[in-house]
Each structure stands twice: as C-alpha cells, then as structure tokens.
Design a protein around this ligand. Structure first.
Ligand code: PLP
Length: 432
C-alpha cells in the first residue's frame, strides 16, 4: 500500500485523528534514532512517539526480549502471575524512591493515573483531588477531568471532585510574579484552594514533575516540597505522574520528581517504560496497597511481552549509563537551544526543561514582551523541520510550544545534527 492510500484510508476509516503536519507522515520502519516513512524518506527522530521510544527504534535488546517472550507466552491477564511481571516489578521497586513497594500494572498512562486516584481515595477516605492547570492525564473520563486543557475535553467535566491549582508556569506566572522573589506563591496558593474549594480534606494531588503536553512547564525547584507538605497537611497523598518524566528522561535521575527532592506516596508511569510496548504501572507504599480491598482485574495489564520489554529497557538504561547520557546530551541540547534563542530573540520567548526534555515557547515578539502565543510559527516550523528530515513534538495550551525529546541513547553527533537541522528550519521559516 502506498502512502497516499494509507492517508486516504486513515482519513476515511478512523475518527478522532490528531496528526502532525499538513500532510501526515506515514512512518514505516526505524532503527535507533532514525525513522523512515513509506516513501523512503529518513528522519532523525527527536520526539520518539511522544517520549516513548526511550532506547531507540528496534532496539536489539528489547526486540530480542519481546520475540523470545512472544514465542513462549504472550498473554495471561492479571489473574495469573508470570516471570516477566515479577521480574519487572522487582526491578522497578528497587529503583522507586523511598517507601514505594507495591506495583499494579496496566497498559497505558491513563489507566496508571486512574489507578493512582482510586488508591489515593481508598487509602485516605477522602474524595477530592487536586490537579494542575495545563496538566495532562489521559483520555478516560476521569483523566479528561484531571487534564486542564479545554482542547482535550470533548464534554463538560463530569467529575466534580477535581480542583485545578494554578500551574508553576514561571514564563506565564499566574500571579504575575517573578521567581524567586515570588516566594513560590503558586505552591502556597494550594492552602487557599483547599480552604475555599474543597471540604478541607483531600485525597491527594496528582502532578507531573514537568508538564509534558502542557509544553514542558518546569516548576521552580522548591515547588513540590511546599505543595506536597500542604497536601499531606490536609489528609492527602502526593502522586507524581512520571509518564513523561520517568526512566531518566530529565537526566541524571531515574524519576523527574527526584530532581525536586520529594518522595511521592504514589507514582505512575507508562510511555518510556517499555520502549513503545503498551504498559502502565502505578507504584504505591505498602500502607496504601493494603487499603485496597475490592476486586480488580486488568486483561492486558502486565502483559508478559510488554513486561519483558520493560525489563530490557531497564537493563539497557543501566548497562549504557543512559541517565548520564541524558544529562550530558541534555546539556548540549539546552546549550544549542539557548544559542538558537539568541539568534531568534523575537520568536523564541522561553527555553525550558531538563535533560532530554527541552522546549521552546514561540511567541509574537519577546523583544517587546509581547508574549502572545504563536502557534502559526510552530506550524511553519514543523513543515520546515519535516522538509529537512527532523521530527519534533508540539505542546502547550495554545499549541505554541516546540517539544524536543531525543532518545536516551542519542549520540553526540545525532544531537548536534538535530540542533543544526532545527536551526536551519528556523532560518528557513523566518526567511519566508
Ligand atoms: C503525563 C501524562 N500522564 C498520562 C498520560 C496518558 O497516557 P496514555 O496516553 O498512555 O494513556 C500522558 C499521555 O501523554 C501523559 O503525558
């Protein structure tokens, strides 16, 4: 089948599409950081299927593990324990912060977050949840309600017990203050939020250490310590959604929340966990796990093939010291993006992120402090990067943020090549 036919059939046969580019790219095969479309065009992949292909396309170790497991046994459901499931559980718990000792596997980030919310409610006996504006939690009804982007909410929210706190979004500070003289007012506002909009007792707060879909919004270092303390003071638990920030993405540490010096009570993960095989996990303390008395199953949760892939990803991260690579290559990426900002001071309003999770926020004219979101520039940049063979991501409430997240094992040369292509795409865009 040729690419035009795929696009036409996709258009005619599926619904709720959200594809990048004026003409969507039909991807067909990949190896490492490179991916090819059905017409044979090659791209350097700096988005990894939304921060999911953590150790490269068709990674040998992952592929071997998947093929071997698929030959042995590919499905049992959560009704039966398997070797791959317990091996991955053991490895994850060994890496998880502090008191997180029990895991429940599902098959997506949405389900991992759903599970976390249920566990917080069951363990605390409280129902109300705090989430952050600009946050993203997935596509179930609950996850849509936790998500704070109107674009991702097809219906009015049907879950009343979720309250959205102002995001720690320094570039567009909700309080019009500057860090650090702000005293992290956004975190302290949680006291007011709980006092005015809840019963005064909450089940918890669910937050991404760095907001992914929100455009890599990176909170001040002290934000989560203050926030977690306030939430706990009001009877709640702190849930770190590591779906995007987990598995070394932020560089140097396994989990994004470790960059902020906070131990969560519950942690959720998916995406990068298994290099693209569908897997989600929720990790909780013994105490929280013990509070769950109902029955529950997940047909696909903890699928043995996905768990085998997950274990291979962890082995790959450890053996190749990918936390260090993410930190070193991340610093190079950041320096490249800052240099780009100096070249395009009007359009690039903000450079932010950590490790291999870096973003550019495009605005109308930063030189005159006109920070009107500029999604049109992102659309043009996407066409320019596509033409030059570079895949990047998009985010932000207004779609005006460029998200750049190469694989954890990206090489120095690939990184430099991607930064160069991005620079050429910017030049091409501004020349038009
Ligand atoms: C932080 C975060 N949480 C949860 C989800 C939902 O994950 P999934 O799409 O696997 O259901 C996403 C997906 O983008 C996410 O970025």
């Amino acid at each position: 089948m040729d690419s035009q036919t795929v696009r036409r059939k996709h258009n005619e046969l599926t619904f709720a599409k959200a594809n990048y580019y004026e003409e969507p790219i039909v991807l067909a095969e990949g190896k490492g950081a490179r991916i090819r479309d059905l017409d044979g065009r090659e791209y350097l992949d700096f988005f990894g299927g939304i921060l999911t292909v953590s150790v490269g396309h068709a990674n040998e170790r992952v592929t071997e593990a998947v093929v071997a497991q698929a030959r042995r046994l590919s499905h049992v459901s959560t009704l039966y324990p398997t070797v791959p499931l317990v091996e991955l559980a053991e490895a994850l718990i060994a890496l998880a912060p502090g008191k997180l000792k029990r895991v429940f596997f599902t098959s997506s980030g949405t389900e991992a977050d759903e599970t976390a919310v249920t566990m917080a409610q069951v363990a605390t006996g409280n129902m109300e949840l705090i989430a952050l504006r600009h946050g993203y939690s997935g596509r179930s009804t609950l996850a849509q309600a936790l998500t704070a982007h109107s674009k991702y909410r097809p219906l009015p929210t049907q879950i009343a017990s979720i309250k959205h706190a102002p995001a720690p979004y320094c570039y567009r500070c909700p309080f019009k203050l500057e860090h650090p003289s702000c005293g992290v007012a956004c975190a302290k506002d949680l006291n007011e939020l709980i006092a005015t909009q809840t019963t005064g007792r909450v089940a918890g707060m669910l937050a991404e250490p760095i907001q992914g879909v929100g455009g890599f919004v990176t909170p001040p270092k002290e934000y989560f310590q203050i926030a977690a303390e306030i939430v706990r003071k009001h009877g709640g638990v702190f849930i770190a959604d590591e779906v995007q920030t987990g598995f070394g993405r932020t560089g140097g540490k396994m989990w994004g929340i470790e960059q902020f010096g906070v131990e969560p009570d519950i942690m959720t993960m998916a995406k990068g966990i298994a290099n693209g095989y569908p897997l989600g996990a929720t990790i909780v303390t013994n105490e929280i796990a013990g509070a769950f008395k109902a029955a529950t199953i997940s047909t696909f949760g903890g699928n043995p093939v996905a768990c085998a892939a997950g274990k291979a990803v962890l082995d790959e991260i450890r053996e190749h010291d990918l936390l260090r690579n993410a930190s070193e290559r991340g610093a190079e990426l950041r320096a490249g993006l800052e240099a780009l900002q100096r070249k395009h001071p009007q359009t690039i309003g903000d450079v932010r992120g950590m490790g291999l999770m870096q973003a550019l926020e495009l605005v109308k004219d930063e030189t005159t402090r006109d920070r009107t979101p500029n999604p049109a520039a992102v659309s043009r940049l996407f066409e320019e990067t596509k033409a030059r063979g570079l895949l990047i991501g998009r985010g932000g409430l207004h779609g005006n943020v460029v998200r750049i997240s190469p694989m954890l094992n990206v090489t120095k040369d690939e990184l430099a090549e991607g930064v160069r292509l991005l620079g050429e795409a910017f030049a091409g865009m501004e020349a038009k």
